[in-house]
Design a protein around this ligand. Structure first.
Ligand SMILES: Nc1ncnc2c1ncn2[C@@H]1O[C@H](COP(=O)(O)OP(=O)(O)OP(=O)(O)O)[C@@H](O)[C@H]1O
Length: 576
């Protein structure tokens, strides 16, 4: 569980600058709405003055006073309406842009950074932090209006009676000091809340994605629900209760201060030598100013939460710094260079080490020296955890080598060409994500997809409807075949398949190795296949064997015997 102390390590963020950045695209509307809100606020203060004058008008209220009263009412009405609508529009636009902005950072982030950050923390930022900042930005222009009204009221109080104002100012200063203390405590509590929200998100994932395991394992079920999830939920509740206690305590003190000041002024008006007209005007203003003051102090929790959330977002942004800023530029803005076909890929003395975690030494791949030629069928084999997937992530430029280099056609790939380089590859990872729709919806694509569904023996379960698969509720092996349909449709010259055959039945596995791969090879595809199926190693051109992060051997496929009938028949009969 993250404690506030851990949160202190957050990247410090300049709150004002972040706010400015968010509001900048909408500054016209924001300035207009806020200005009208301020005008409405000042008109309201003038209405108070007019009411006070009316109350003490000995010869009745003049026509001019009535007209100006009506005028002020109209200004208040229009100003408040426009400010309210304008603020809502800005709030919604900021929410949308914040969501898109953070998502863009995730889409463009280095893969290693995304893996390190962890999904539950990303989700917590995408959900709670964005909502918190949105709640604040939504209210921000109203704070500005409330501040303007409060200032208008203060000016009116000074004009009415500097002496009474000094008394009120002392009370306001005490109120501000109390609020300042409360805001510091709030900040402390809310950082704790935010840490617990990460944990809660993690446990939400555990109870949804691990539903089956939890049903089977009573001890884990109690641990996840009874200790971890409930612990996080209770901690959030506890910290929020503490913070709210503080907030309502300070709020109540503020309210009492108001009435104490009013009582003091009314009680001591004779001693203070202040006219009753001034006193009543002052009391009206003090009663009225409570609304804006409540708005300002009530916004304190939102402000503090927004500050913490801004820090979270800034932390994410700083970790997701990317050297490929154009990943989301429209395709036409990044014309595929008339690059030569990818003839060879070379991992030249490349190495990659994961950051250390815990006491165990971090895994290091390499240095590795491996060249792959176009058209080759290369099997990458080795024990679990020897670095096969890490190596293909380097080959696909999803990880950057920490030493050595990745060369395409003998040349280093510059940062701005990495995305083009990757477009040479289709991949089905062992932890693949299955998209349920097709990227293109033209008739040719749909016809090709339908053909692949037939080829992969899925057409009795899945069809294409509105450029999407009719269902993805399939068995594990069938889902993986569907992922392969996407790879086929991409029709890239290089294909990477990470233990694709692992959950296929023996018949289909044999079909994959003996029919599909050779067929792809005949089409000129370069095939990089991670495999544990040693029975089929003989079908590769080369077999690269990794051991503990290093290439142990590179052998020709012909070094492995493949006996087409004996092994397969036995496997099919015994079910693998
Ligand atoms: N994101 C990560 N952060 C830290 N360590 C990692 C990460 N991913 C993998 N590793 C470590 O790197 C090592 C190699 O992992 P990799 O996935 O490359 O192995 P593999 O050969 O593909 O294994 P398998 O056959 O089980 O799929 C493992 O020891 C693993 O613990």
């Amino acid at each position: 569980m993250s404690e506030p102390s851990k949160q202190d390590a957050f990247t410090k963020v300049h709150f004002g600058r972040e706010l400015f950045r968010l509001f900048r695209p909408f500054w016209h509307l924001s300035a207009f709405a806020t200005a009208l809100g301020v005008v409405a606020g000042l008109a309201t203060a003038m209405l108070l003055a007019a009411i006070n004058d009316g109350l003490h008008a000995t010869n009745g209220v003049s026509t001019q006073a009535v007209l100006s009263f009506i005028g002020l009412c109209a200004i208040t009405l229009v100003g408040n309406t426009v400010a309210g609508i304008g603020n809502s529009v800005i709030g919604q636009k900021i929410i949308a842009s914040l969501r898109k902005d953070i998502s863009a950072r995730i889409v463009c982030a280095p893969i290693a950074a995304v893996e390190r950050y962890r999904v539950h923390r990303l989700l917590a930022t995408l959900n709670s932090d964005v909502d918190t900042v949105s709640a604040f930005t939504f209210n921000f222009p109203s704070f500005a209006v409330a501040a303007a009204v409060a200032i208008g009221c203060i000016v009116y109080m000074v004009v009415l009676s500097p002496l009474l104002f000094v008394i009120a100012a002392v009370a306001i200063a005490v109120g501000v000091a109390i609020n300042q203390y409360a805001s510091l405590r709030w900040d402390y509590h809310y950082k704790g809340v935010r840490g617990a929200q990460d944990e809660l998100q993690k446990q939400y994932r555990a109870i949804t994605e691990g539903a089956k395991e939890l049903r089977l394992n009573r001890d884990r079920r109690h641990r996840v629900y009874g200790t971890q999830l409930s612990g996080a939920a209770d901690l959030i509740g506890e910290l929020k209760i503490r913070a709210m206690r503080l907030y309502y305590g300070t709020h109540a003190i503020g309210t009492t201060l108001f009435f104490l000041v009013i009582g003091l002024i009314v009680l001591e008006q004779a001693q203070l030598g202040v006219d009753s007209r001034v006193v009543s005007g002052f009391v009206i203003v003090l009663l009225y100013i409570r609304g804006p003051m409540d708005m300002l102090t009530g916004g304190l929790p939102t402000l503090i939460q927004a500050r913490v959330s801004f820090q979270r977002i800034a932390e994410l942004s700083s970790q997701f710094e990317n050297r490929e800023p154009r990943l989301l530029a429209p395709s036409e803005a990044t014309p595929r260079a008339a690059a030569a076909p990818l003839e060879s890929v070379w991992l030249r003395d490349a190495s990659y080490a994961f950051p250390p975690a815990g006491d165990a030494p971090p895994f290091k791949l390499g240095p590795i020296d491996l060249q792959i030629q176009r058209g080759e069928t290369l099997f990458i084999v080795g024990e679990n955890g020897c670095g096969k997937t890490t190596m293909i992530k380097l080959l696909l430029s999803l990880y950057s080598p920490q030493s050595g280099a990745l060369l395409a056609n003998g040349q280093a790939v510059p940062d701005d060409a990495l995305d083009d380089y990757r477009q040479n590859f289709s991949a089905v990872f062992s932890d693949y994500h299955l998209f349920d729709d097709l990227v293109a919806s033209d008739a040719t694509t749909v016809a090709r997809a339908t053909r692949y569904l037939e080829q992969l023996e899925l057409s009795h379960k899945v069809s294409i409807t509105d450029a999407a698969f009719s269902t993805t509720d399939l068995s594990a092996g069938q889902r993986k075949r569907l992922a392969l349909v996407h790879a086929y449709l991409e029709n890239r010259p290089w294909m990477v398949l990470d233990e694709w055959a692992a959950d296929q039945d023996p018949t289909f596995r044999r079909y994959f190795y003996t029919e599909m791969l050779p067929d792809l090879k005949r089409q000129g595809k370069t095939l990089i296949v991670i495999s544990h199926d040693d029975r089929y190693f003989g079908l590769a051109d080369r077999v690269v064997r990794l051991h503990q992060g290093r290439i142990m051997r590179v052998e020709s496929g012909s070094a492995f015997a493949y006996e087409p009938n004996v092994g397969d028949a036995a496997e099919v009969e015994t079910g693998g």
